[in-house]
Design a binder for this molecule. Sequence first.
Ligand code: INI
Length: 225
Amino acid sequence: MTTPEPRAAHRLPALGDLGRSGIVGSLDGAGVRIALVCGRFNLDITTLLLDGALAELEHLGVGSTDQAVVWVPGAFELPLAARELARTGHFDAVICLGAVIRGETTHYDFVAGECAAGLQRVQLDSGLPVIFGVLTTENLDQAYARAGGALGNKGTEAVSTAVEMVHVVRHVAMLGEGSRISMGAAKAADAVGEPRLDWPPEPEPEPAPEAGALDDLPGPAGSVV
Ligand code: INI
């Protein structure tokens, strides 16, 4: 019996193959500023992901001065580094690369789950695309297959996802800037607007403590610093 081909819906079609109207991003990397964060854990795999990502940045025309690479110990540390990079305001997207390979313990589940949840949180809080270029596999063979082997390179895919999403976010931000831009115009326009970087928000000023309030706290006198 032959193995059936995977259903087309499970694959990522090329941007030109959508066959539907609507706002879509583009893969033009000119003027797009990208930070890459790469985990050192499973370094043999993550360097392959990084190599794939760097080659794709060049292929899509992302300028060499518009790129930065930051290393962190492992996938668990990716969200914090992504958040700090997003906060700088210097980047349009952050790509996170890592390899979490299931071992004998449940450590894998915590690292992979917290990494994914943390990156999604940074993405939604910052409004910048934060790309999950993290392999989560049962074993090393599966990881190599997705790091430039038979099943492509997750780092390469992460870059095209980032550039596409930068343009999607820019187009949608332009829609929000006034009724001058119709859906059709936004679709046709080249993305030229800067993304709105009003994140992190200004902190609310702390209300001044009322006189005597500190004295009401439990504990020995003088323990409040
Ligand atoms: N980090 C990874 O990037 N991949 C793994 O497979 C992995 N496993 O299996 O343990 C891993 N662990 C380290 C983790 O990311 C942190 O660096 C560490 O827990 C310190 O916070």
